[in-house]
Ligand binder design. Structure first.
Ligand code: EPU
Length: 441
């Protein structure tokens, strides 16, 4: 990620108190926008947050001829794909920035135009993040993948045909790739070992509204019966459970009390169990969830990240900051990304005591176990945090630094804060509403 490094200063030590609202999940909204490409008529998506990833996908749709109308404040986006056209790889590259979303345009573009081009892909630096599963999936449907100098050129000379696919790991992106390709492929597709994240279920709901026939079994099998044509959809995006959990951890670390309007219990059940075990206070209502520090010491825990319904990897980084304030030794085993604990070094500079290990600690052995990845963390607490100068490493790590800075004594200078705009809507306004003290240099 090459964002210009702006500096954001935070004076920590004030409890965050008040109310904020979360809107649609970044990791559904971006995919639902791609799905609009498959329809013959316009689609309308609601509860769309004002984040940079939405802007990026909107620009990518536009370079492919999709007409976009957006009400940013109301959170409504209308997409008309009546005139989908080929785009230049240079334009795709220019708009994609560091996003990995272009890979998901492949299935829909193959159906609409018979070809797709993908530039070099970015994404947060939280592991190698390869695209081998995606390319294998596309080949399974009959696509031909040609690696060229400017990117990857994909065609389907004989059309896309339903197939049987087994994922060696329940990858979110690869599952979405299958869904977005299979819905209009000829015949039936059976996907086993699929990811079943709530955002994927919501994408299935979107596709069903468009006319797709998809069934999800309890054993991670998804069956898709291809149809010839799809229409548009109208859909309200499910709430962002990563953003909600991030603010929950911020409430805990700052000894605060935050009502997260829009937070939804069902999608957050696993996080809520861990939050309670750590000793966090919560009131769950229909309108949202209040997260607060109960005034009694927080408790150490052992937790490992996993695919849904496990504890999600994107909750791990904010939780680690909260665990620096818990009494005793906590263990966190990261099993989804091999390199998502690098951010702990800067927390140690702020006074935390976190050691990382190559071994699988505190749970089952994972696929990173016998390799050279520091993917388990041992956190000793409670430790007082103090201000420091830090640089945002990735989206979730960046928000976690912000949480640490808010809970630390003194001033922290955070470089590269703009990265947080990719996935946290109006976080500056929300910080102000919660009484944080910060300024931008
Ligand atoms: N993987 C491969 N090959 C592939 C694809 C993935 O080896 O072709 C590996 C990855 O390297 C990783 C694992 O499979 O070790 C899981 O990756 P997955 O495909 O599930 O992740 P993703 O689809 O690239 C989405 C979210 C991530 C979130 C993960 C896991 C979006 C845009 N991104 O990524 O969100 O962490 O699922 O839930 O939906 C974020 O929001 O900050 C973020 C990183």
């Amino acid at each position: 990620m090459n964002d210009a490094l702006s500096t954001f200063s935070v004076r920590g030590g004030r409890p965050l108190k008040g109310e904020i609202t979360v809107r649609g999940a970044k990791n559904l909204v971006s995919k639902a926008m791609v799905a609009a490409l498959l329809g013959e008529g316009p689609s309308v998506l609601r509860s769309v947050p004002d984040i940079r990833d939405v802007q990026i996908v909107g620009e990518l749709l536009k370079v492919h001829g999709v007409k976009i109308e957006r009400d940013v404040v109301g959170g409504v986006i209308r997409m008309d794909p009546s005139n989908v056209e080929k785009a230049h790889v240079v334009d795709i590259d220019a708009h994609a920035g560091s996003s990995r979303i272009p890979i998901l345009f492949c299935g829909p573009l193959l159906h609409r135009l018979g070809e797709a081009i993908i530039p070099d892909l970015g994404g947060c630096r939280i592991g190698d993040r390869p695209i081998n599963y995606h390319l294998d999936v596309l080949r399974n449907f009959g696509a031909v993948v040609d690696k060229r100098e400017l990117g990857i050129y994909i065609t389907a000379p004989n059309g896309l045909k339903g197939t049987k696919i087994h994922l060696e790991y329940p990858s979110v992106g690869a599952t979405e790739q299958v869904l977005l390709t299979a819905v209009r492929a000829e015949g039936v597709t059976e996907l086993t070992n699929a990811a079943v994240e709530p955002e994927i279920e919501d994408l299935i709901a979107v596709l069903q509204k468009m006319g797709a026939i998809i069934s999800l079994q309890t054993d991670r099998t998804i069956t898709i019966e291809g149809v010839e044509r799809l229409g548009g959809y109208e859909h309200v995006a499910l709430p962002d459970r990563i953003e909600a959990a991030s603010w929950a951890c911020a409430a805990l670390v700052t000894q605060g009390d935050v009502f997260v309007r829009g937070a939804s219990q069902k999608e957050m059940a696993t996080f809520l169990n861990i939050f309670r075990k750590v000793g966090g206070g919560m009131d769950i209502t229909e309108a949202g969830i209040r997260f607060f520090h109960p005034g009694t010491p927080l408790k150490a825990i052992a937790v490992e990240t996993d695919v849904h319904p496990g504890f999600m990897t994107d909750w791990q980084q904010p939780l680690v900051v909260a665990l620096t304030q818990a009494e005793g030794i906590s263990i966190v085993h990261e099993t989804v990304y091999e390199n998502r604990l690098g951010f702990t070094e800067a927390l140690n500079d702020m006074g935390a005591r976190i050691q990382v290990y190559r071994e699988c600690l505190g749970g089952s052995r994972c696929r990173f176990g016998r390799r050279n990845f520091n993917h388990s963390a041992v956190i000793s607490g409670p430790k007082d945090l103090h201000g420091a100068e830090i640089t945002v490493p990735d989206l979730r790590g960046g928000f976690s630094y912000l949480i640490a800075a808010l809970g630390a004594e003194g001033v922290s200078k955070i470089h590269g804060i703009d990265l947080i705009d990719r996935g946290y809507e109006s976080f500056r306004e929300k910080l102000t509403a919660l009484g944080a003290e910060f300024w931008e240099d």
